[in-house]
Write a protein that binds this ligand. Structure first.
Ligand code: NAP
Length: 285
């Protein structure tokens, strides 16, 4: 399959690291022009320099997706520099944990402002440019937890569910104008967070033991790589995907409903490790 994306004008949000950076690199390697943003100026400029080695042209700017004017200014700059925008990858964001006992409504709204409204701001800014050329592809990076509720992580569950609904709604309303919108729902793509999760484990838990526990709910038996997402993003931006819109596609190694069981699995794993440590301590005494 030859995916020709040369000359495409692509915006990837949240591309200073992780999934966004891998997607931006993949488009650059295909000869696209790539514009990226994130909040940290040094990090986004460093990512921009790396992209310049392959991309036909690069624009890298510090933009916060919660800043409506900043988003509009960035999109206008890209459209004016390159005469239009073909592809938007709405990726910026992060997960947020929390439950009924420790969340405030304001914390959930703050997260919604990054996710739901961040996606909405960028779509609203790019669609007029896509309409002019009657061609556009919008790829929404969402989370499996937005399609399958989990018992923990209320902000991620509800705000991602809203993002997936927004993607699907736009995928229907814009399709007649040849602007196709699809949602990619992330399972566990390793961008460093599993090192952090492992560090929270009780002493004595090996990394192998921890990974074995996590993989019990991932049928493919490994963490996803950012490149696994990038491949699907390239496909959705290509002519091979010209009949796909309003789709909700899980990039999760076969994990579905299992994700809802993970908090229980992890809690039991931690409890067993703590009990083992207590037994070892009493044995030492
Ligand atoms: P990551 O490594 O933390 O990267 C997030 C990127 O988004 C960074 O470039 C960050 O840069 C940028 N960003 C965050 N908040 C922003 C804001 N308000 N405005 C502009 N840029 C912002 O995350 P990732 O693991 O690659 O995940 C990428 C997306 O997939 C996120 O939306 C995440 O929630 C979603 N997701 C990931 C997984 C996973 O397993 N990795 C699972 C489910 C969903 P700055 O901090 O400098 O702004």
């Amino acid at each position: 399959m030859n995916i020709d994306l040369s000359d495409k004008r692509v915006i990837v949000t949240g591309a200073s690291r992780g999934i966004g950076r891998a997607i931006a690199c993949a488009f650059a390697a295909e000869g696209a022009r790539v514009a990226i943003c994130a909040r940290d100026t040094d990090a986004v400029e460093a990512a921009g320099r790396e992209l310049s080695e392959q991309a036909q042209a690069v624009i890298a700017r510090a933009v916060d997706v919660t800043d409506t004017r900043g988003v509009q200014a960035f999109v206008t700059e890209v459209a004016e520099a390159w005469g239009g925008i073909d592809v938007l990858v709405n990726n910026a964001g992060q997960g947020r944990s929390g439950n009924l006992d420790n969340l405030t409504p304001e914390a959930i709204l703050e997260h919604a402002n990054v996710l739901q409204m961040g996606h909405f701001r960028f779509v609203q800014a790019v669609v007029p440019h896509m309409r002019k050329q009657r061609w556009g592809r919008i790829i929404e990076i969402n989370a499996l937890a937005g399609t399958i509720p989990t018992p923990d992580g209320i902000p991620s569950v509800i705000n991602r569910a809203s993002c997936v609904a927004l993607s699907r709604s736009l995928g229907m309303s814009l399709a007649k104008e040849n602007i196709l919108v699809n949602s990619l729902n992330m399972g566990w793509i390793d961008t460093g967070q599993w090192d952090r999760h492992y560090k929270e484990m009780p002493p004595g838990v090996s990394r192998e033991e921890f990974d074995r526990m996590v993989m019990k709910v991932v049928p493919v038996g490994r963490y996803g790589k950012p490149e696994d997402v990038a491949g699907m993003a390239l496909f959705l931006a290509s002519d091979y995907a010209s009949f796909i819109s309003a789709a909700s596609i899980d990039i999760a190694g076969g994990m579905g409903g299992q994700i809802a069981y993970f908090p229980t699995l992890k809690r039991d794993f931690v409890a067993e490790a703590q009990a083992r440590n207590a037994r070892d301590r009493s044995g030492d005494a």
